[in-house]
Design a protein around this ligand. Structure first.
Ligand code: APR
Ligand code: PHB
Length: 390
């Protein structure tokens, strides 16, 4: 079987790419290692930039998001219990973000893809990529115990950090950049009312905390924990108490406890692979880069990558243009690095590090105080938070 574009991975990158190609009449197949329930059950962040919302609109998968998503025009930043509002909408001349879980984005994109007759092969095992430097790459996988081979014109590796795409690129052609932080985020999902009308990013001497939400009755809260921390040591009570301590007395009163139905610890990492293409293989989303969750850029970067990649593939299939495919890696990476910078900066400025009482710690504290007291500082935070243009 031959398909113009073979897409590896059924996360937001692969799904959105498949939709963007479909609306231009270009066929693709998505090969996904896991089953549908697993993919639809993964809990991830929940802040969409307007650019991401625009792509969902463009592919016509925006009805539920428009109904259930919540528009936020600002965030709160709390420093040792003192909370300040950052009016992002005003600072950016009208930009906002949409609160809508990535889990919901994924479910909506899968359903719409299947409704339009798109092909998603779940539980595709042992996916391997071949002849990527030739004009006729091949993808092999095993389905229900039977080996299958596809030929294609292009392969899009949208298969996340642990995927096969980046591993297939010759290591001599790939340079990677990485920073691993000495802490993770312990996150809970709970049936409770949000603490405030918008998200609270809390910097505290005990560590960072974030109060987010999925709806008016479901919250997503996080506290910074050392990388060595074990989830078994965190009872629900310990979590709520720690969250209250990091919010300070006044906001602690506003915390609504509720049934915790998900609790996990995620490590924090910054990672970039360069280039994002080799021959006829193109990397998009987490396959090419990872950001720490501070600022919620992961999904939004996946969206901007597939925007550039879809334009490049459409240019090739519709106008036989090669230039956008040739520049895809540079174009996408220019935006990726800016979001890497922002996520690293927010992480550095808001978290507590071991050098907290030393020079570097004092500098971070001064930077946060400066940013929060300066219109220029707040504007730089706001314009990055809502997402740089593409
Ligand atoms: N074969 C087939 N599928 C694979 C393989 C493989 N060898 N390896 C990984 N996959 C699948 C994973 O099971 C997953 O469903 O690729 C998909 C990758 O999806 P994501 O990890 O969601 O990555 P991406 O679509 O780029 O989305 C980026 O997701 O990880 C978050 O924070 C990140 O929000 C960001 C967004
Ligand atoms: C989330 O709601 O999960 C979330 C929100 C904002 C972030 C990170 C995660 O910066």
């Amino acid at each position: 079987m031959h398909v113009p574009v073979a897409i590896i991975g059924c996360g937001p990158s692969g799904l959105l790419l498949s939709h963007l190609l479909h609306v231009q009449g270009i066929d693709s197949v998505i090969l996904e290692r896991k089953d549908r329930a697993y993919v639809e059950g993964r809990i991830r962040a929940g802040v969409l930039e307007m650019g991401t919302v625009g792509l969902m609109e463009r592919v016509g998968v925006d009805a539920r998001m428009k109904r259930e998503g919540i528009i936020h025009g600002g965030i709160y930043i709390s420093v040792n219990g003192k909370r300040q509002h950052v009016n992002i909408e005003e600072l950016t001349g009208g930009a906002t973000v949409m609160i809508y879980g990535q889990t919901e984005v994924t479910k909506d994109l899968i359903q719409a893809r299947l409704d339009h007759g798109g092909e998603i092969v779940f539980e595709a095992e042992d996916v391997s990529l071949h002849d990527i430097e030739t004009a006729k790459p091949r993808v092999r996988y095993v389905k229900d115990g039977n080996p299958v081979e596809l030929t294609c014109d292009y392969i899009a590796a949208c298969d996340g950090f642990h995927g096969v795409g980046r591993q297939t690129m010759p290591s001599s052609k790939l340079k990677t950049y990485e920073k691993v932080y000495p802490f993770g985020w312990l996150g809970v999902l709970a049936k409770a009312k949000p603490v405030a009308d918008e998200l609270i990013y809390a910097s505290h001497d005990r560590g960072f905390a974030l109060c987010s939400m999925r709806s008016e009755s479901v919250v997503r809260h996080y506290v910074q924990v050392p990388s060595s921390e074990k989830i078994e040591d965190w009872s629900d009570d310990r979590f709520w108490n720690e969250l209250r301590l990091r919010l300070g007395e006044a906001d602690a009163e506003l915390v609504n406890e509720g049934e915790v139905f998900e609790k996990s610890i995620a490590p924090l990492r910054s990672f970039v692979a360069e280039p994002l293409s080799h021959g006829r293989l193109f990397l998009a989303g987490d396959a090419g880069h990872i950001v720490p969750p501070t600022g919620a850029k992961g999904l939004n970067l996946a969206a901007s990558d597939v925007h550039y990649l879809s334009e490049a593939l459409i240019g090739k299939f519709k106008q036989n243009r090669d230039d956008l495919l040739e520049t895809y890696s540079d174009t996408a990476l220019a935006r990726v690095w800016k979001a890497e910078r922002f996520s690293w900066w927010m992480t550095s400025m808001l978290h507590t590090f071991d050098d907290h009482h030393d020079f570097d710690g004092r500098i971070r504290k001064a930077e946060l105080e400066y940013i929060l007291s300066s219109k220029a500082g707040l504007t730089t935070l706001a314009e990055n938070y809502v997402g740089l243009p593409y």
